[in-house]
Design a protein around this ligand. Sequence first.
Ligand code: NAD
Ligand code: WQD
Length: 339
Amino acid sequence: MQNILVTGGTGYIGSHTVVDLIDQGYHPVIVDNQSNSSLDVLRGIMEITGREMSCLSVDICDKAALTEVFQSHDIDGVIHFAAYKSVNESVHEPLKYFHNNLTGLITLLDVMKSEGVNHLIFSSSCSVYGNVKTLPVTEKTPFAEAESPYGRTKQIGERLIEDYGKAHPDFRGINLRYFNPAGAHESNAIGELSLNPPTNLVPVITETAIGKRPGMTVFGNDYDTVDGSCVRDYIHVMDLAAAHTQALSSLDRLDTDNNVEVYNVGIGQGVSVLQAITAFEKVSGKQLNYAIGDRRAGDVVAVYADTNKVMSDLNWQPSRNIEDIMSTAWDWELKRSKQ
Ligand code: NAD
Ligand code: WQD
């Protein structure tokens, strides 16, 4: 398996995964419609890998254009990142999310079927678990009611892939449930560069420290956690990227009734918002201007992964911690501020 179609490959996680794929000897073929990314990232990929990469500007909901990509590139497998990802926007524009995230996936499976491509890695999310009651979260933890239309598109996406796998014996699929991806490539050549203003904790911290924001709010310090702030499982984007490459290489040994496997991808440790801020202040030497504010509606109190399954089945383990996340994210912010 050599030629890997990477949908959403100029996006944040996609671009870092493209680098890891190239390092591991694969030939990524990127499609992206630039709805939340820019072609500038291709220069960074080239800087790191020495490989000239191009992006096919295709919307994955366009079946004819996607079919043309498969036919002209001899695709062996697919990593499917392309989707919209703003939880808040999805609450206000559910149709936009159901259309792009689910029509996109259905169109992709449809084309894979007609072109005889049977290997798929799908970007799922810890948001499929909803508001969890028991920690750590294992892959057997049942889906609770999704907190947003975005989360629901990931729940439905996973079910769709499972049903497809049941009906197609040659198919092999893996759903990777990411916890909280953050950080940037250590070279500082690529990082998070979304077109929409970030709302996730780590870019909000770095943007505050650089002065793009006057200050930031910690959403609540009266939860039942180590220091009262919410707890998450932050995973470095390059560790997450490596999980995709490992997942690809494991597809042929996959052995389940429905031909689909699912893995949590986190580091398996909870970090509170205040601990994350402390880690940032330590690695950057900056004092962050933050205030404690009200709880954010819809926030889960604490969530972190049980990672035993991904570590043993995929022979994968994370090698970076919250300080590595903060220092690479900060270097990336500093670099962009000079451009
Ligand atoms: P991103 O927005 O940076 O990347 C997604 C890319 O897909 C963008 O470049 C966008 O232009 C492209 N895209 C969107 N719709 C498309 C379409 N119809 N056709 C072609 N390209 C399209 O997001 P990301 O953070 O890299 O996330 C990648 C995947 O991982 C998404 O499926 C997201 O839901 C999932 N995920 C992300 C996180 C996170 O916190 N970043 C957590 C869990 C899961
Ligand atoms: C992390 C913590 C906030 C900003 C989201 C999606 C989830 C997945 C990952 C895609 C929370 C706190 C944040 C701020 C803060 N994405 N915070 N002040 O909410 O865990 O998950 O991204 O699949 O589906 O819901 O991530 O980075 O927004 O928040 O105090 O300005 O930081 O309350 O506790 P979240 P996040």
